[in-house]
Ligand binder design. Structure first.
Ligand code: DAH
Length: 334
């Protein structure tokens, strides 16, 4: 055995066993670098036999080849490890993307629109900023009426305000169109109320207006009954109680049999079996005159109700503020 072949055996075993590229580099420096025994021996080459010098050179080339092969192999393994670590298993189910949904109030508003569209009504959207004429005067709400006060109404100027109800939409619609009219008008209204469980400075109403020849209170009752049966189930009944609104004569408030307890009596209907739903009436002839509709030829009914109230009753929600807090734990239930 020559020095060179011993050196080769030892170096080969080490190189083949190198576990990492760093280890291999250290081995290369140790066996082939400038201060390695092989290099030092070659430096004395002048004094060596030609045969021995040739053997040392072959050993050097051989070792360089071994290092190159080992390096290629270690690099391949390293790359494969990176691939394996970052591999995506395309057969795994993906993370669910959270889906948005319509707000409960929007759902109910659309449900109401669908019921009336089914009866051939139009859906009309009025303005939220209106003049005092359409919000009050044209609806024969006189100058001293408490709802006109600065304490109740958001005025933008002396004559311009945020509508306090959707009833001005009746005025805007009749001014823009000639009867017959069958329309509902959903939208946002504003009042100077301090928010609590049952009050809010803004909420949603839906107004209905029918103007045609020979309309009576029976038409109102039949329409409201059909509407509530669609919304709250086919067993519902309605009743009307006399009331007062400046723009209807006669005026009524209508109740629906409790859809929570089926009129048996429960906390929601305060054990009466009835739930108050809204105001209505036969359109006052003076209102028709104010918008140029001849009350001798046309008659009609109107009603208005609160959308939040429907949502709260239907889903047993205790507090109006839940609708605006946007707490997903609440909203995701609907
Ligand atoms: N505008 C009334 C309110 O906000 C509700 C109302 C009552 C609307 C009678 C009507 C009606 O159309 O006829 O309290």
């Amino acid at each position: 055995m020559s020095w060179a072949s011993d050196y080769l055996d030892e170096a080969r075993a080490a190189i083949v066993g190198a576990g990492s590229l760093q280890d291999l580099e250290q081995l290369r420096v140790g066996y082939l670098g400038r201060k390695s025994p092989l290099t030092l021996r070659l430096r004395e080459a002048a004094q060596l036999e030609i045969e021995e010098r040739a053997e040392l050179n072959r050993t050097k080339i051989h070792l360089e080849d071994l290092v190159k092969t080992a390096r290629r192999e270690l690099e391949r393994v390293a790359i494969e490890r990176v691939y394996a670590d970052s591999a995506v298993d395309v057969t795994l189910p993906g993370d669910p993307v959270p889906r948005g949904r319509l707000h409960l109030l929007t759902q109910i508003r659309r449900e109401i629109e669908d019921i009336f569209l089914g009866m051939g009504y139009e859906v009309f959207e009025g303005d939220e900023v209106v003049d005092a004429w359409s919000n009050f005067d044209a609806l024969t709400t006189d100058a001293g009426h408490p709802s006109r006060s600065q304490n109740d109404t958001f005025y933008l100027s002396e004559d311009v305000l945020l509508r306090t109800h959707t009833s001005p939409d009746q005025i805007r619609l009749m001014e823009a169109r000639t009867p017959p009219i069958y329309a509902i008008m959903p939208g946002r209204v504003y009042r100077r109320d301090t928010p609590d469980a049952t009050h809010s400075p803004t909420f949603l109403q839906v107004e209905a207006l029918v103007v045609d020849r020979g309309i009576t209170l029976a038409d109102l009752k039949g329409t409201v009954l059909h509407f509530f049966r669609q919304l709250f189930g086919p067993a519902r009944e309605v009743r009307m109680r006399t009331s007062f609104f400046p723009f209807t004569e006669p005026s009524v408030e209508f109740d629906v049999t409790c859809f929570i307890c089926d009129a048996q009596g429960c906390p929601v209907c305060k054990h009466s079996g009835w739930i108050e739903m809204g105001g209505a009436g036969w359109v006052d002839p003076d209102v028709f005159r104010n918008v140029g509709v001849d009350p001798d030829e046309w008659s009609g009914f109107a009603f208005g109700l609160g959308i939040e109230r429907i949502a709260m009753l239907r889903h047993g929600l205790p507090d109006l503020r839940l609708f605006w807090e946007n707490d997903l734990r609440v909203l995701e239930q609907f």
